[in-house]
Ligand binder design. Structure first.
Ligand code: CA
Length: 704
């Protein structure tokens, strides 16, 4: 009897040892726990809390001691593509994702890998990803870890083992849908959207039962092209408000766009979930909708009931959107005092450059002020909530250089809130773009369908002109006062595409930057208090957590996210480097090994002949290649084509461009769009760029 009891006790102890402090299985998060003050030391969802403020109440690292922050540990991943995830920390385990939708669970104190999961996304799916094969993180709920994969699957993993519990295909994979955003979980429903609006898809968001993976509801964000109901939660509002705002037939071919590819938030008291909706397809409203109509719900913030997907309200930031001005940017909820009154607000800094403060119960506009220089509009009418447009911005009769461009005044990079300062920190940038109308629009299935001519955005050869262009690109950390509607302070960055943000009760704001410095700023005044050379560009946002009385700060390091933004003439001339997870604590003494990645040597061009038409190749390149490989083949998160061995012979080049030899890396065959002569013309063009680069006086660094 006694030995039986002892054996039972030992077994019980073993079970408890395998459990987290909440006594359950690993990753046992639910809505109550997400909202409990007792979880202040954790980071339970990508935005930390349902209001997505990305503010941690932890204050062990503060303005006085942050200078002692050092590396506690780091982990290097198997990919050099962009790293956009925010690590989630539950019960001492960090859950994060890397490029190609891979998931990792690591001991948050030691960095030991507990498990990893590779969904084995077909490399050719990379062709459908407008902006790198990135992933922005997981959701953790009741012992499971949820990830959306680039090929449109939603997968539930056992949080303790990483084994697949269920997997469901959320998209039609014959179409160029992708998932890069993190799922959010509300009331046992996993919410997931998708991307693809540069190519041509019809956007929607779906709620799946967290336990079984069964679909609960779906809400379409653009009308059914056949004009019939979908049997979806959106049917009623689509018929009442949205369908009549679309004109012509082009959107029926392209699907119209309006994808929900990133932001979501939830207000448990109002029981409303908020979603950010993206741009239309094609971008050009003149082509998409005959230049008529608002095109709901393109570029809108949508408020829905989480149980049913029932429509509550919408606010369209850019009616008749024509510039890739998505409203998918970070949605943040807060309670502010405005005009002496407590207001429950929703805040967003969408691509269009206005910072919106909206009543989140009704969708009514409270204020909209420009947070970056804007040329397309002069303001927002406070009565109608509609922008006051500069008519030339619609590029009907003449090309139009606009700020912001398609990269926005702010992109997906998360903002952060600090309730003590009453500030929203915005990772903002200025990146102009020349919008050029095209003649007839012809839908190119599977390819980019923008209705604008990209040629005008090729980089100038002239050095002074290039320098002038570079000077127009700016990156800033803006501390925005949402009540006053203006910046309280700003920090200028050397590069324009920088990392997401986090703020803490220690009076700090953390941000990594394009040139590779991870820094902490005083939340009150923007003074830089600490910096660390991460050796690689940062685009992700950090998270923070506490274990055994010590506060940690975690950051995914790895540049990428969009071809042109990582083009070397606009950024540091560095080789592509593998992604890393870096975790910091006070007094941390760990070091990172220098990256041992040599830049590909310059080609010997002396014996190469390329009889193709380089001028025609230039045009074809900027139509077909530049969105991933950068204007003028200047390199990006993808290999520098000017140094590629495949340039050496026409056969090698053709094997990749037309025969798909590298399709597993995401370089699919372009045989649908290009013939052998086209390929040879593009090769001739890239060779001229290679020769130009070699003749340039700029010394080429072999490693950072
Ligand atoms: Ca877009």
């Amino acid at each position: 009897m006694k030995s039986f009891k002892l054996a039972g006790l030992l077994a019980l102890t073993a079970v408890l040892a395998a459990c987290g402090p909440f006594g359950g299985k690993a990753g046992n998060v639910d809505g109550k726990r997400l909202m409990a003050a007792s979880t202040n030391g954790e980071w339970l969802s990508v935005g930390r809390t349902y209001d997505e403020q990305r503010f941690s109440p932890l204050d062990k690292i503060d303005t006085k001691n942050v200078g002692q922050l050092g590396l506690a540990w780091s982990h290097q991943f198997d990919t050099d593509r962009g790293q956009e995830a925010t690590p989630v920390m539950v019960d001492g385990v960090l859950y994060t994702t890397t490029a190609w939708s891979k998931v990792y669970a690591l001991d948050a104190k030691s960095g030991e890998v507990k498990w990893s999961f590779d969904p084995k996304v077909d490399g050719s799916k990379g062709f459908d990803a407008c902006c790198d094969v990135v992933n922005r993180g997981v959701a953790v709920w009741k012992g499971r870890v949820y990830v959306g994969t680039l090929d449109g699957r939603l997968i539930a993993l056992d949080a303790g083992t990483g084994k697949t519990v269920w997997s469901t295909q959320t998209t039609d994979n014959s179409k160029p849908y992708t998932i890069t955003g993190a799922p959010r979980i509300v009331k046992d429903k996993v919410l997931i959207g998708n991307g693809g609006a540069e190519y041509g898809v019809r956007g929607y968001v779906t709620a799946y039962d967290a336990a079984t993976g069964k679909q609960v509801w779906r809400f379409y964000t653009a009308p059914n092209p056949e004009g019939k109901p979908d049997g979806a939660a959106s049917d009623k509002i689509m018929a009442e408000k949205a369908a009549g705002t679309w004109f012509g037939d082009v959107w029926k071919q392209t699907g119209g766009g309006a994808t929900v590819w990133d932001s979501m938030a939830y207000d448990p008291a109002l029981d409303i979930v908020y979603l950010g909706v993206g741009n239309g397809t094609p971008w050009n409203h003149l082509k998409r909708s005959n230049g008529k109509g608002d095109n709901l719900f393109v570029s809108s913030i949508l408020a829905l009931k989480p149980d049913t997907g029932e429509y509550v309200w919408h606010y369209q930031t850019t009616p008749g959107e024509s510039w890739d001005y998505t409203a998918t940017q970070h949605i943040m909820l807060a309670d502010l005092t405005i005009g002496g009154q407590p207001r429950k607000v929703l805040m967003q800094a969408p691509k269009n450059g206005f910072f919106y403060v909206i009543d989140r119960a009704t969708g009514g506009l409270i204020s909209a002020n420009a947070y970056v220089p804007i040329t397309w509009a002069t303001g927002v009418d406070p009565k109608t909530g509609r922008p006051i447009e500069n008519p030339a911005a619609r590029y009907k009769d003449a090309p139009s250089l606009q700020l912001p461009g398609p990269l926005g005044g702010h992109n997906w990079h998360p903002m952060a809130f600090n309730p003590k300062e009453g500030l929203v920190y915005i990772p903002a940038h200025a990146a102009p773009f020349a919008y050029v109308n095209i003649g007839d629009f012809k839908f190119k299935p599977g390819g980019w369908n923008l209705g604008t001519n990209f040629l005008a955005n090729a980089l100038p050869d002239d050095k002074a002109q290039l320098a002038g262009l570079k000077a127009m690109f700016k990156g800033q950390l803006i501390a925005w006062d949402p009540v006053a509607g203006k910046a309280r302070w700003t920090v200028d960055h050397p590069y324009f595409w920088n990392g997401g943000l986090m703020s803490t009760a220690g009076g700090l704001v953390f941000q990594g930057s394009g040139e590779g410095e991870f820094a902490a700023y005083d939340a009150a005044n923007g003074k830089k208090l600490w910096g660390f050379d991460a050796q690689n560009g940062v685009v992700a946002a950090p998270s923070t957590y506490e274990i055994d009385g010590e506060q940690y700060v975690a950051l995914m390091v790895g540049y990428g996210g969009a071809g042109p933004v990582s083009a070397s003439p606009l950024l540091k001339d560095r080789p592509r480097l593998p992604g890393r997870l870096m975790v910091f604590k006070l007094g941390g003494k760990a070091t990172i090994k220098p990256f041992e990645v040599a830049k590909a040597p310059a080609l010997d061009l002396t014996k190469i002949s390329a009889p193709g038409d380089a001028k025609h190749g230039f045009a074809l390149y900027h139509e077909n290649c530049q969105v991933c490989h950068s204007p003028n083949a200047t390199g990006s998160y993808l290999p520098d084509l000017r140094r590629s061995q495949m340039l050496l012979t026409a056969d090698n080049f053709k094997s990749v461009v037309l025969d798909g030899a590298l399709k597993q890396n995401g370089m699919a065959s372009f045989a649908r769009y290009l013939n052998a002569q086209d390929a040879e013309d593009i090769r001739a063009y890239i060779l001229t760029e290679a020769a130009k680069a070699q003749a340039s006086a700029a010394p080429v660094k072999s490693a950072p």
